[in-house]
Design a protein around this ligand. Structure first.
Ligand code: GTP
Ligand code: MN
Ligand code: MN
Length: 588
């Protein structure tokens, strides 16, 4: 498949280490993938679902103690501990390699080593990067074949280059204390042992496209971000692109696939999905910031996804999809999860593979973190620019979190540097919705806390440097909060499709077509500039409530930020300290 010496010599090393009976290269052909699906069904690793209702779809169940990303078992193995920063777990690289190789030694005995050459980003794009993952899991191969571009074409583009990322996955003991997800940013190396769960083993995703890539981006002058990318088309057919960073479980997949509300649709407004989780962004030849989605599929949370909350995501899962840890309906061999519809199956298996009756059981059938792996090309609103190797130009960057109070529905930062500050103070809080009580604030700068592969102080510095480079071509930076609660603990803003009303204001701000009100934290819309036409049970007074900026609350917020910043020590850019001082002054 390749004559690349760096690839071949690493594979020799791997073969000697894990001692497989056989080596199979993944060439990306449908025949090969189909044969692997058959094989996985024969061994019980996957279950083929109803071919008429869910063509090409499969169900997989992970071990019951292996159902989510494990931040406590995730390590950045940089030479110097300080380079991993205070927000990552660190392990000495020499020690880590020895420990991991000891675990991996002989682990493929009697099994097949699959070699997966994959491209993050359209093959051959100047923004794309290549990785090679070895695994003995067909589930991993088939997921990677959906989530990334795999096969011979990738090796052809790689040629003799040594610019690729090594990935080793193996599983010998599934106990959590033996699980390690290790990243060696200085060596372009990822080793994941003793997990079979997506986020830990599909090494192209969080491990490469965020942790390793964020480090590469810092060194090479580009950005790898936990962001969706969407295009907004107006009735004249012009499309403007925005990217948005929200922490996990704060609605990136929803916003990325949004359907504009009635009224807008008739006029010809549309939303196009470029990506729902990760953006790689680089300055283009015209000086603007261009983004690609490095992934080729959606690895989305199943529970809560339904024809009302996200029809485009649900439709994306109706063919060629792998479901993990959802309910199997035994009557028609389809799948189900909480809130898919109001009709849970009676004759079913829960995510653990135990008999389950959805009508009588008081236990959930699907795991709360059960997932679908769906090809992006299935999505009815996938952007025509999805495969564009040049990426799409970004007009606005949106940060956002889940805040019951304090943060308004939307505000615009005063400029790029102020926008970096806005991103650095991003936070979400747990809320006891029933009582409206406010929980603990968890800061998650740029939604990257679990995914930044180096010191976050340096990461902020890199953001400032990008702003300098982009100058007046830089995207405008905004912050949104769909999650303000009323006194009874209900969401005030209708959200979902109606978030389009906020996107419209953001685009008009970028075009300089609408005024705003200056507040201590930035520019907030005038209430009359958010279109509320067609909204029932939502008044201008409600809007005013969630556009409000409460100085006292923000003064208190500033204290929390100061506390949070302490951990970054000298590596916190002075500019962020200045920004914080300005906020404090503005709130006096
Ligand atoms: P990862 O894929 O894990 O990075 O997360 P994500 O950002 O894609 O979030 P996910 O789709 O898992 O989160 C969706 C959650 O946010 C669900 O509980 C939705 O109900 C909720 N959600 C999404 N959009 C809105 C909104 O506009 N308003 C409200 N109230 N909830 C929303
Ligand atoms: Mn998502
Ligand atoms: Mn994510």
């Amino acid at each position: 498949m390749t004559n690349n010496k760096t690839v071949l010599s690493w594979l020799e090393e791997m073969k000697a280490l894990v001692t497989p009976d056989e080596v199979v290269w993944i060439d990306g052909s449908e025949e090969q993938l189909e044969a692997l699906r058959k094989q996985a069904c024969e061994t019980g690793e996957m279950i083929k679902l109803n071919e008429e209702k869910l063509p090409g779809c499969y169900l997989h169940r992970t071990a019951v103690n292996d159902v989510a990303r494990v931040e406590g078992r995730t390590f950045i193995c940089s030479q110097k501990e300080e380079d991993a920063g205070p927000t990552n777990h660190w392990m000495d690289p020499q020690k880590a390699y020895k420990m991991l190789f000891d675990i991996a030694r002989g682990s493929y005995k009697g099994r097949t080593m699959y070699v997966i050459p994959y491209s993050m980003g359209p093959i051959g794009s100047p923004l794309a990067k290549i990785g090679i993952e070895v695994t003995d899991s067909i589930y991993v191969v088939l997921n990677m074949a959906i989530m990334t571009r795999v096969g011979q074409a990738v090796l052809d583009v790689l040629g003799d280059s040594s610019d690729w990322v090594k990935g080793l996955h193996c599983k010998v003991n599934i106990e959590e204390e033996n699980r390690y997800i290790c990243h060696f940013p200085e060596d372009n190396y990822i080793i994941s042992v003793n997990s079979g769960y997506g986020g830990n083993v599909l090494l192209g995703k969080k491990c490469f496209a965020l942790r390793i890539a964020s480090f590469l981006g810092k060194n090479e002058g580009w950005m790898a971000e936990h962001m969706l990318i969407l295009g907004i088309e107006n009735p004249q057919g012009e499309v403007k692109y925005v990217s948005a960073a929200f922490p996990s479980a704060c609605g990136k997949t929803n916003l990325a696939m949004l359907i504009p509300p009635e009224g807008y649709r008739e006029k010809g407004y549309k939303v196009w999905t470029v990506g729902d989780d990760i953006a790689w962004m680089r300055q283009g030849p015209d000086g603007r910031l261009y983004a690609i989605n490095p992934e080729a599929g959606f690895f989305g949370v199943a529970p809560g996804t339904n024809m009302k909350s996200n029809p485009n995501a649900l439709i994306s899962t109706q063919k060629g999809t792998i479901f993990t840890n959802v309910v199997q309906n035994l009557d028609d061999n389809t799948v189900w999860w909480e809130s898919l519809d109001k009709n849970p199956p009676e004759h079913a298996m829960n995510w653990k593979g135990e008999p389950w009756n959805g009508k009588t059981s008081d236990q959930k059938g699907a795991h709360p973190n059960s997932r679908f792996t769906a090809p992006a090309k299935n999505c009815p609103c996938i952007s025509p620019e999805f495969e564009n190797t040049a990426g799409v130009p970004i007009s606005a960057i949106i940060f956002g979190g889940r805040r019951a109070q304090t943060t308004p529905l939307v505000y615009q930062s005063k400029d790029w540097n102020n926008g970096v500050f806005v991103g650095s103070i991003m936070a979400s809080e747990t809320t006891a919705a029933a009582t409206g009580a406010v929980g603990v604030v968890r800061r998650d700068p740029m939604a990257m806390l679990p995914f930044c592969g180096y010191h976050m102080g340096d990461y902020f510095k890199h953001w400032f440097e990008m702003g300098e480079k982009l100058g007046d071509k830089a995207p405008k930076i905004f912050n949104t909060n769909w999650f303000r609660l009323d006194d009874e603990g209900h969401f005030i803003w209708p959200g979902f499709g109606d978030n389009f009303r906020v996107l419209e204001w953001i685009i008009r701000r970028c075009e300089g077509k609408v005024d705003a009100v200056e507040t201590p934290i930035g520019f907030v819309p005038k209430a009359e500039d958010i279109n509320l036409e067609g909204l029932e049970d939502f008044t201008v007074e409600d809007l005013q409530k969630i556009l409000d900026v409460d100085k006292a609350a923000w003064a208190k917020e500033a204290e929390g930020i100061e506390e949070f910043y302490k951990q970054f020590g000298d590596r916190l850019p002075q500019e962020l300290r200045n920004q914080l001082e300005t906020l404090k002054k503005n709130c006096q």
